[in-house]
Design a protein around this ligand. Structure first.
Ligand code: IPE
Ligand code: IPE
Ligand code: MG
Length: 240
């Protein structure tokens, strides 16, 4: 999943139970490529490499759950050439996971509305999820993911189950990430200060960390800085 041959960079920080789940809005691929006079697609290819490096690193410092925003429900608005390039990368990534799923520690989950993907690809995702269900490091890949779509989808599932009134607990149990705790820390690269429809329900009390670093440039050192910032915060959850 993260590449068998490569070792994770020497961990500089470790985390404890306060930081179990880290989520990344992997933004800035297009600008990274354009700055180099390259097509935006090149940034996505580079971004996929960074994703592996950062995933390996997060696992090595003791993170238990990682969620990455790879493609939003709104990203279909992009030029067809770019969408095609991202879908090709996704396809290749899933194929790689399929081949490597027995050899690493990653429990892979695909979150988002997967109905739009071809049946063969969905079957592969399902088999990867089933075969890795017992692994210790959970990686949620958000594809065709939108926080609003997720909440509406959850409500519809509950209606199908016969519910006529829903509680917060019902919704939490019906969203795509029901298998893991809420994110403690959400990191957005690329300099924009917004959620762009990511984990809306789950992030009600997440700590946010924004950096101008473009996703393909993100390093383990930047993760260390985000982790240090997290530990410097006081989470009050509405209390005092
Ligand atoms: C994030 O990078 C990746 C996806 C949204 C698929 P962008 O492609 O949004 O890069 P910028 O923000 O345009 O630089
Ligand atoms: C958010 O980035 C989506 C992903 C990183 C997959 P966008 O680039 O789509 O967000 P906006 O359009 O700047 O809000
Ligand atoms: Mg962007």
């Amino acid at each position: 999943m993260f590449g068998k041959k490569k070792q994770a960079e020497e961990p500089k920080v470790t985390v404890d139970e306060r930081l179990q789940h880290i989520a990344f809005i992997m933004d800035g691929n297009g600008r990274w490529a354009q700055k180099r006079g390259m097509p935006r697609e090149f940034g996505h290819t580079q971004g996929a490499k960074t994703f592996k490096k950062i995933g390996r690193y997060c696992e090595s410092i003791g993170i238990r759950y990682m969620t990455v925003y790879a493609f939003s429900t709104e990203n279909w608005k992009r030029p067809q050439k770019e969408v095609d390039a991202i879908m090709k990368l996704l396809d290749e990534h899933i194929e790689e996971c399929f081949v490597e799923m027995d050899t690493d520690n990653v429990r892979l989950r695909f979150i988002g509305n997967l109905e739009v993907f071809p049946p063969q690809l969905r079957e592969k995702m399902k088999r990867i999820e089933e075969s890795t269900a017992h692994k210790p490091f959970t990686l949620n890949m958000a594809i065709n993911y939108g926080g609003r779509e997720e909440i509406a989808h959850a409500c519809n599932r509950l209606i199908e189950q016969g519910k006529t009134k829903v509680t917060e607990e019902d919704i939490s149990s019906a969203i795509y990430t029901a298998h893991c705790p809420n994110p403690d820390l959400v990191v957005r690269t690329g300099g924009d200060l917004r959620t762009s429809n990511f984990l809306l329900w789950q992030s009600a009390y997440a700590e946010y960390y924004f950096t101008d670093v473009l996703w393909p440039d993100l390093t383990p050192k930047d993760v260390d800085e985000a982790v240090s910032a997290f530990y410097s915060r006081k989470r009050r959850y509405g209390g005092v």
